[in-house]
Design a protein around this ligand. Structure first.
Ligand code: CP
Length: 309
C-alpha cells in the first residue's frame, strides 16, 4: 500500500495486481463510507487542478466530485480556449505553472504523449485523463472495479471489446489491466478500426488469447462481458471515412433477444447510437453504475498519489 505516493498515473501498463487489489479494496471502502456521510476530510487543504483541453463530462466531473468528497478543493480551466494555451503556451509550461498552485494535476489533451510531457515538467503527481487515442488509465481502473462488482471476479473472463478499437483510449488501457487477470479477449471492429498491431502483439507475447473478428453475435455468445465503445468521429481525418463505419455495431432489444443469454454490458460513455436507449433497463446494462463507480475509484487514486492511502 502507498506505492502510488507521489507517482504519476499515465498508462494502463503501470499497475501491478497488488496495486489493483488495493485500489479495488479502497474504492469499496469509500463507496461504503459515502453511504452514511456526504464527505470525508482525508484531503482537507489539498488542491486538485483539472486541465481539460478536450471535452469531458464524466472524467472531469467525477475527479472534481472525488476531490470535494474527500474534503479537498478544485481549481479548473474553464476551457482550452480560455487558457493561455490559446496564446501558444506549451503543455509543459502549463503543467509547471499549475503545479505552483495545486498538489495534483489531472489532464486531458488531444495529443498522444501530452500527459507524459506534463508529468515530466510538473513536480506534483499528474494523472492522465485521456491523451488523444493513447491511454485513459483511470477509466480502465473504474472499469475493473465495475467488472469485479458486476461479475464477482476478475479471473478467467472472456471479454468482447466492440467498436473503435483503433482510436479508443479506454480499451487501450483496459486490455493492459485485463491481461493481468488472464482474460480471453475478442476484438470486434470493422477492419479499418482494428486494435493497433503493437497492442495485440504485446498482449500475445504476454500469453493472452485474442480473437479478432467483425462478427459481434459470435463474440458476444462466447463472452461474459460486452465492452461497447463509440466510433470516435473526432479522430477521423476525413468525415467520409467516419460515415463509412458509423453504426457498424448496435446493441438493441432485438440483439439481446437473439443472444439468448444474460450478458453484462459496459460502455465508457458517451454513447452515440451503439447502444439503444431500450437496453438501459436490461439488468446487465451496467454503464450508468459504471459512471458512479468512477467517483470511488478516483477518490482512491487522488488519496493514493497524495500519500493518504
Ligand atoms: N468516459 C469518459 O472519458 O467520458 P468523458 O469523455 O465524458 O469524460
Amino acid at each position: 500500500m502507498g506505492s502510488l505516493k507521489g507517482k504519476d498515473i499515465l498508462h494502463g501498463n503501470q499497475f501491478s495486481r497488488q496495486e489493483i487489489d488495493a485500489i479495488i479494496r479502497n474504492a469499496a471502502f469509500f463507496e461504503k463510507e459515502l453511504k452514511t456521510k456526504d464527505s470525508l476530510t482525508l484531503l482537507r487543504g489539498k488542491i486538485l487542478a483539472t486541465l481539460f483541453f478536450e471535452p469531458s463530462t464524466r472524467t472531469r466531473l467525477s475527479f472534481e466530485t472525488a476531490m470535494q468528497r474527500l474534503g479537498g478543493g478544485v481549481v479548473s480551466m474553464a476551457s482550452a480556449e480560455s487558457s493561455s494555451a490559446a496564446k501558444g503556451e506549451s503543455v509543459a509550461d502549463t503543467a509547471r505553472t499549475v503545479s505552483q498552485y495545486a498538489d495534483v494535476i489531472v489532464i486531458r489533451h488531444p495529443r498522444m504523449g501530452s500527459a507524459q510531457e506534463a508529468a515530466d515538467a510538473a513536480p506534483v503527481p499528474v494523472i492522465n485523463a485521456g491523451d488523444g487515442a493513447g491511454q485513459h488509465p483511470t477509466q480502465a481502473l473504474l472499469d475493473i472495479y465495475t467488472i469485479r462488482k458486476e461479475l464477482g471476479s476478475l479471473k478467467d473472463l472472456t471479454v468482447a471489446m466492440v467498436g473503435d478499437l483503433k482510436n479508443g483510449r479506454t480499451v487501450h488501457a483496459l486490455v493492459e489491466l485485463l491481461s493481468l487477470f488472464e482474460a480471453q479477449l475478442y476484438f470486434v471492429s470493422p477492419d479499418a478500426l482494428r486494435m493497433p498491431e503493437e497492442i495485440t502483439s504485446h498482449l500475445r507475447q504476454k500469453g493472452i488469447e485474442i480473437v479478432e473478428t467483425e462478427d459481434l453475435m459470435k463474440a458476444a455468445s462466447e463472452s461474459d462481458l460486452l465492452y461497447m465503445t463509440r466510433i470516435q468521429k473526432e479522430r477521423f481525418p476525413e468525415l467520409s471515412e467516419y460515415e463509412r463505419v458509423k453504426g457498424s455495431y448496435v446493441i438493441n432489444g432485438e440483439f439481446l433477444n437473439r443472444l439468448k443469454k444474460k450478458m453484462t454490458i459496459l460502455h465508457p460513455l458517451p454513447r452515440v447510437d451503439e447502444i439503444s436507449p431500450e437496453v438501459d433497463t436490461y439488468p446487465g446494462a451496467a454503464y450508468f453504475r459504471q459512471v458512479r463507480n468512477g467517483v470511488y475509484v478516483r477518490m482512491v487514486l487522488l488519496a493514493m498519489v497524495l500519500g493518504k492511502r
